[in-house]
Design a protein around this ligand. Structure first.
Ligand SMILES: [Zn+2]
Ligand SMILES: [Zn+2]
Length: 330
């Protein structure tokens, strides 16, 4: 499984000379897996990075785009408006996203794409979009199979099959869980209903990637969150603020800090930690300092002559960077 980051900035897109290394696009990433149906790309969120992602997909001849939305804040949707796929008649979308405040994905996208805030009314494009509401986060899993496609199942059906080694009924066929890419969900701590996605390739022994953005520092770490993140090969987590900025000014905004990211990753025995949703005010230097602050938490209490390897490595995600979920030694 591979992940390509197209947008790693939080809150708003930026373009500044002191912030070129990590980039200025807002949240969008592509998950590449051999378990996806042929011809489909899988993305998380369509922040401004989605415009460039869409161009890359066109170069590959991919016209079918599946998008999992974490939530509907503008920094996670803005790229949908002007990405080529949105306006090409032969392109099609499958979209999953949370339903809240009585607003389902159709209501939200219709609100983004209508006059006078946008010249193209969503109803003109609606026939190319299949929209799915996630109403009760944690009660469903999305099961993806290369032949059977995308299926949202009740979590108890999936768990029974996983526990008893049964095949899953996906459309007309029955398939072993190990043949699938399974997407589990958990609600994050954020001002709106926001979803963290856990991707398990060929469970129970395959690669695991967890994306946990727009999640507030919760100094106490809930058990369900530890289970959700447990033993991920790669966890990419919201780390917008230094602890100092958070304590002084931004507590309650719905975003994370380096000390908290490391504490969760340690508790959940994560194998590699990526930091994302960089503050729009942060220069490359500040993002580097946030990584240093995370390393300081990770090495806290270690003797200077302790040469044991660290439990995991930490990096700051950057636009257009592509990584293997399982870290290979250089
Ligand atoms: Zn955000
Ligand atoms: Zn948000």
């Amino acid at each position: 499984m591979r992940v390509k980051f197209y947008g790693t900035r939080g809150s708003t897109a930026i373009c500044r000379k002191d912030a070129v290394e990590y980039g200025g696009n807002t949240t969008c990433l592509r998950l590449l897996s051999e378990f996806l149906p042929e011809g489909w790309a899988l993305l998380i969120d369509t922040g401004t990075g989605f415009v460039e992602a869409s161009k890359d997909l066109l170069k590959e001849g991919i016209m079918k785009v599946a998008v999992l939305f974490t939530h509907w804040h503008h920094d996670h949707t803005a790229g949908l408006l002007l990405a080529p796929h949105t306006h090409i008649p032969s392109a099609e979308f499958k979209i999953w996203g949370p339903e809240e405040h009585g607003q389902n994905p159709e209501d939200v996208i219709s609100g983004l794409m209508r006059e006078p805030v946008f010249p193209v009314n969503f109803q003109k494009l609606r026939h190319r979009f299949k929209l799915h509401s996630l109403k009760h986060i944690g009660t469903q899993v999305l099961v993806i199979h290369p032949e059977a496609g995308f299926h949202l199942l009740p979590v108890h059906v999936y768990e029974k099959a996983a526990k008893e080694g049964l095949k899953l009924a996906l459309g007309k066929g029955r398939y072993g869980i190990f043949e699938c890419l399974v997407v589990k969900m958990l609600k994050t701590a954020h001002p709106e209903y926001t979803v963290s996605y856990r991707f398990e390739e060929s469970p129970p022994d395959g690669e695991v990637f967890v994306f946990l953005t727009d999640h507030e520092n919760t100094d106490g770490i809930p058990a369900d969150l530890v289970r959700h993140v447990h033993k991920a090969d790669l966890l990419v987590q919201d780390c917008q603020y230094t602890r100092e900025v958070y304590d002084k000014r931004t507590a309650g905004f719905g975003h994370g800090t380096p000390d908290y990211c490391v504490k969760l990753a340690l508790r959940a025995e994560v194998k590699w930690l990526g930091l994302t949703h960089h503050d729009p005010g942060a220069s490359d230097k500040v993002v580097d300092e946030i990584v240093e602050e995370a390393f300081a938490e990770l090495t806290k209490g270690r003797a200077v002559d302790d040469y044991d390897p660290l439990p995991f490595d930490i990096f700051a995600c950057a636009d257009y960077e592509e990584v293997d979920v399982v870290r290979r030694e250089d």
